[in-house]
Design a binder for this molecule. Structure first.
Ligand code: CAA
Length: 259
């Protein structure tokens, strides 16, 4: 069945797929149906050997303005519990291939949280990041208090979460929330370029490197170092390691097969 709220472009560049959030009239507010489609698309692309990196974008005006407030407004706590509003996020979080967010305009609430689930973030000069849930009587629920704090530190995270203030792309870059700021007409192109660069490398090494960096967020240094070393050793079981090192010795470009 064709998705209704997202558009999937399977090959926007070699081994690069692009998912566009597509509820423009609602500023890409993340209703449950969109999140299910996004989860299913990511699962499909994660299993597709012709995809090695995935770009997620909205449009120029909005990446996403948060969870769908109109859909949530009348819900009770038990409704939220039974719907398990954020269970889709648990699957998205498990995506093994690198996710690159291309952000322009609003990335608010769940939109900012979705951006922070991605591995690298390219923003346009017009991007605005915020966790404004406090202004509607709640608080972030999809990782905002945790991932934002780890990314930008306590002072700025507290300010954003407690006042709902939006930060500009430049401020987000200075705070270490995003990778780079790009003129609005080029932000998607730059995200695809970055994805293409990663997609040209060994997909096995990329996946294990992603997994290892993420391990730093929920392990002690000792555990993380142990995990890293195991993955490093494990990559010596791959053809890509032989190819990558032989190509260096031969002074030629490697051709990685993901084996
Ligand atoms: N949910 C549902 N609809 C939304 C929405 C949201 N999060 N954000 C915007 N929309 C809708 C508006 O209701 C409006 O629809 P109508 O034309 O039918 O009225 C349309 O999108 C355009 O929005 P605005 O007219 O408000 O546009 P604006 O340019 O004047 O303002 C904005 C833009 C500042 C982003 C403003 O829309 C806004 O504040 N949105 C809500 C942001 C927010 O609070 N996000 C957090 C949601 S809760 C959450 O995300 C919880 C979590 O942790 C997962």
């Amino acid at each position: 069945m064709q998705p209704q709220f997202i558009i999937i472009h399977r090959q926007v560049a070699p081994y690069v797929a692009h998912i566009q959030l597509n509820r423009p009239k609602e500023l890409n507010a993340l209703n449950l149906e969109l999140m299910i489609e996004l989860r299913d698309a990511l699962k499909m692309l994660d299993a597709d050997d012709n995809v090695r990196a995935i770009v997620i974008s909205g449009n120029e005006k909005a990446f996403a303005a948060g969870a769908d407030i109109k859909q949530m407004a009348g819900k009770t706590a038990m409704d939220m519990y039974n719907i398990d509003q954020f269970s889709t996020w648990d699957t998205i979080k498990k995506t093994k291939k690198p996710l690159i967010a291309a952000v322009s305009g609003f990335a608010l609430g769940g939109g900012c949280e979705l951006v922070m689930l991605c591995d690298m973030i390219v923003a346009s000069e017009t991007a605005r990041f915020g966790q404004p849930e406090i202004k509607i009587g709640v608080m972030p629920g999809a990782g905002g208090t945790q991932r934002l704090t780890r990314a930008v530190g306590k002072a700025l995270a507290m300010e954003m979460v407690l006042t709902g203030r939006f930060i500009t792309a430049q401020e987000a870059a200075r705070a270490g929330l995003i990778n780079r700021v790009i003129p609005v007409e080029l932000f998607l192109q730059e995200a695809i370029r970055l994805a293409t660069e990663v997609a040209a490398l060994s997909p096995l090494a990329v996946k294990m490197a992603k997994e290892s960096v993420l391990k730093a967020f929920d392990s002690s240094l000792e555990e993380g170092l142990h995990f890293e070393r195991k993955n490093f050793y494990l990559l010596f079981a791959s053809e890509d390691q032989k190819e990558g090192m032989q190509a260096f010795v031969d002074k030629r470009s490697p051709v990685f097969k993901g084996k």
